[in-house]
Design a protein around this ligand. Structure first.
Ligand SMILES: [Zn+2]
Length: 173
């Protein structure tokens, strides 16, 4: 039996502000491993702990840059993340969410962000991201404050199968 499962809108748990992580013990490492597993199974490019019913400020992301040929997926763990810088320029693009299955929406996000966080062992890190990675970080970090992309989207709709293929930022196999 799975220990966790993805909870979906309108479950009120998704609206809670998640708690700051202060303990980086074995259980926390296990949680991160479980989050990667659930995200890959889904499949998705990002997952925030509240999406599996855990009130902790932690996000996992695994993303291969679609602009770079044969880019390998890169894994990120952001604990207690904060955006410390963002560009003024923004882009609107289609987003989906594992907690809002079957829908997509146009969301405006900053093109570049710098995120200050802790890694899985509590060490301070700073990551600069742009494009899709910056978008994923912003989307996942919103989950930690109980915000869903449907709150920000200009339109939300059920896409056709073709559109679903187009919005996945994953490289072609
Ligand atoms: Zn989401």
């Amino acid at each position: 039996m799975e220990k966790y499962e993805i909870i979906t809108h309108p479950n009120p748990f998704l609206r809670r502000k998640a708690k700051k992580v202060s303990v980086f013990d074995k259980d926390f490492q296990d949680l991160i491993e479980d989050m990667f597993m659930i995200m890959r199974e889904a499949p998705g490019v990002g997952l925030a702990a509240p999406q599996i019913g855990v009130s902790q400020r932690v996000v996992v992301v695994e993303y291969a840059d679609a602009e770079v040929e044969n880019a390998k997926p890169k894994a990120y763990v952001l604990v207690n993340p904060e955006i410390v810088y963002h560009s003024d320029d923004t882009t609107s693009d289609l987003e989906g969410c594992l907690s809002v299955p079957g829908f997509v929406g146009m969301v405006e996000r900053w093109n570049e962000v710098t995120v200050k966080a802790q890694n899985r062992f509590g060490k301070s890190i700073k990551i600069k991201a742009d494009g899709w990675l910056a978008r994923i970080f912003q989307h996942e970090m919103d989950h930690l404050d109980g915000v869903l992309y449907i709150d920000k989207a200009t339109e939300v709709y059920e896409p056709s199968d073709k559109e679903i293929n187009d919005i996945e930022p994953e490289p072609e196999n």
